[in-house]
Design a protein around this ligand. Structure first.
Ligand SMILES: Nc1ncnc2c1ncn2[C@@H]1O[C@H](COP(=O)(O)OP(=O)(O)OP(=O)(O)O)[C@@H](O)[C@H]1O
Ligand SMILES: Cc1ncc(COP(=O)(O)O)c(N)n1
Length: 537
């Protein structure tokens, strides 16, 4: 693949690439220049915009198009290029043959290193955005591109063939056209009906790099083509390889589409949420302490005092514990931690795992971190065994530690194979360091409370998972949650924590409650980290 890509591109890196969008407007903010600028920003670039046409449109469709004189278009283009070095240019709606000619004339003098052409012809609403007599000019214009991003209808126009009926036909059309023109094509199957949506980078030498994602059942797809092309231009302008750039753009767009409906913008085909990832990562990066100093009283005399602790927003209905508490102390731990149990059940990672839309890379990262986690969790359990006095407790924690190490080995054997990630991410490391330090260095009740959420919340997740079809991509993994031996182990852990609480001092109990709530939060972070990795690196 690298051999089919101009060498100067893969050797360049621009920290914040300067990216120009040349496109039409959408005052409702979902497509055109608005989508491009949001996408360029989301992809890590500095966005600039030259307007080809003013389009009166919203989520229902186009009402009117006003095309400013081409002289004015040229003036805009020159104003930018006289002053700013461009790392990438993306074109969208060009509208008329005159506009295409003006942009072509400017490109003759300012050929950028990356030119992504989205050959916009017809909007999602069915409205034409390119005059019919400009189609041939658009086809010729595409020859200038580094890569073109047609949907299957536009690909048919480019190639002069009938619209592809399936992905193989689309790939074959793109392969022929790319070989003839020397221009790469991103073949998009968004307009087909298969469960997977694949964006494939087709290089002129016929090399194909497919990037898979899952089809989302949503009407929030206004501007998806614009957004994909603008994000792709930005990542290429940054110096990413085509594979890395397309993987990033596809993964980011998937998240943006998935959360588009929540924006509640318009009543037609709504926009995608370009900023969802940025907002999510910003929230994940906040350094606010998880527990305010006075959340848990300094001493806990009774379980009722603990049950009354409120950390976050509790669910309106109390959550039923699939593995019941072993007594009043563990019942009050459950009550105090419900706000986080609810968040785990609703978190994006678990939701995507269950509906099958989780990216394979995120899943594999999670598994690798899980194996690393188990190796350290076993140490925390072994520390509890070493510090326990009664034989039964000693055997229970030691057997749990051994069970963990067996599970870790099994994870490697069955799921991970050789040569996968062997370094703990910061989220895993923070959790395991906390567990090991607590189990070794604090009162035993505190260590026992800290290791409990891993038993209890995992068992809860397992018990509340819906049945999934056999062809579900993660069916086999989801099946492992149902292991009855794990429920028995959780019951054992609950019984020991209950006993430790009964025997502990009020101040040690308070510390143990804090450790339990902190570990619950670590559980949430542990799932969520799978969505914080950078795709396409
Ligand atoms: N329902 C969906 N589920 C998941 N991803 C989607 C969906 N619809 C679109 N996409 C993503 O958006 C990309 C572009 O969408 P599409 O194939 O519809 O292009 P387009 O027709 O050029 O877009 P537009 O209609 O905005 O001009 C797809 O390649 C895919 O990555
Ligand atoms: C200015 C402009 N450019 C492109 C599109 C295509 O986007 P979609 O097909 O999603 O409506 C659009 N509607 N408006």
């Amino acid at each position: 693949m690298a051999s089919s890509y101009p060498a100067h591109l893969s050797s360049r890196t621009a920290a914040v690439p300067r990216v120009l969008s040349i496109a039409g407007t959408d005052p409702s903010g979902g497509a055109g220049t608005a989508a491009d600028l949001k996408s360029i920003t989301a992809a890590g670039g500095y966005g600039m915009s030259v307007v080809t046409a003013l389009v009166a449109q919203n989520t229902h469709g186009v009402r009117a198009i006003h095309t400013p004189p081409t002289d004015f278009l040229t003036a805009q283009l020159r104003a930018v290029s006289d002053d700013v070095t461009l790392d990438a240019v993306k074109t969208g709606m060009l509208g008329t043959a005159e506009t295409i000619a003006a942009v072509s004339a400017w490109l003759d003098e300012h050929q950028p290193q990356v030119l992504v052409v989205d050959p916009v012809m017809v909007a999602t609403s069915g409205d034409r955005l390119l005059e019919p007599d400009a189609e041939e000019a658009m086809v010729q214009f595409c020859h200038r591109a580094t890569v073109v991003t047609p949907n299957i209808h536009e690909l048919a126009v480019l190639t002069g063939e009938d619209c592809a009926q399936d992905e193989q036909q689309a790939l074959a059309q793109a392969r022929r056209w790319s070989a003839q023109t020397g221009v790469a094509v991103v073949v998009k199957t968004g307009h087909l009906t298969s469960r997977r949506v694949t964006n494939t980078w087709m290089a002129p030498n016929g090399t194909q790099t497919p990037v898979e994602s899952t089809r989302l059942d949503t009407t929030s797809t206004h501007g998806t083509g614009c957004s994909l092309a603008a994000a792709l231009a930005t990542r290429l302008g940054r110096g990413d390889t085509p594979e890395a750039a397309l993987t990033w753009a596809t993964g980011w767009l998937h998240e943006s589409i998935a959360h588009g409906a929540a924006l509640q913008v318009g009543s037609g085909h709504g926009p995608v949420d370009h900023s969802h990832r940025a907002r999510r990562l910003q929230a994940a990066g906040l350094a606010t302490p998880w527990l305010a100093p006075d959340t848990v009283p300094a001493a806990l005399e009774s379980p009722e005092q603990l049950a009354a602790v409120t950390v976050g927003v509790n669910p309106s209905e109390p959550i039923h514990a699939a593995v019941p508490p072993a007594g009043p102390w563990t019942a009050s731990l459950w009550a105090a931690g419900q706000y986080i149990t609810a968040q785990i059940a609703d978190c994006d990672f678990v939701t995507a795992l269950v509906d099958g839309t989780l990216a394979d890379r995120s899943f594999r990262f999670y598994l690798a971190q899980d194996a690393l986690y188990l190796g350290q969790y076993a140490r925390a359990l072994a520390a509890l065994a070493a510090r326990s006095e009664g034989l039964e407790a000693q055997v229970f924690w030691a057997e749990s530690a051994a069970g963990c190490l067996k599970d870790e080995a099994e994870l490697h054997r069955t799921w991970l194979g050789e040569g996968l990630e062997t370094v703990s991410g910061p989220v895993t490391r923070a959790y395991t360091d906390f567990l090991v330090a607590t189990a070794l260095g604090q009162d035993r009740v505190v260590g026992a409370a800290a290791v409990l959420p891993c038993f209890w919340l995992y068992a809860q997740t397992g018990a509340t998972l819906p049945e999934v079809a056999q062809e579900h991509p993660y069916a086999a993994w989801l099946g492992t949650y149902g292991d009855p031996a794990f429920v028995t182990a959780t019951q054992g852990a609950l019984a020991h924590v209950e006993r430790e609480f009964e025997q502990a001092s009020p101040t040690a109990r308070a510390e143990a409650a804090r450790a339990y709530l902190t570990a619950c939060r670590h559980e949430l972070e542990f799932f969520d980290q799978g969505l914080r990795i950078e795709p396409g690196q």
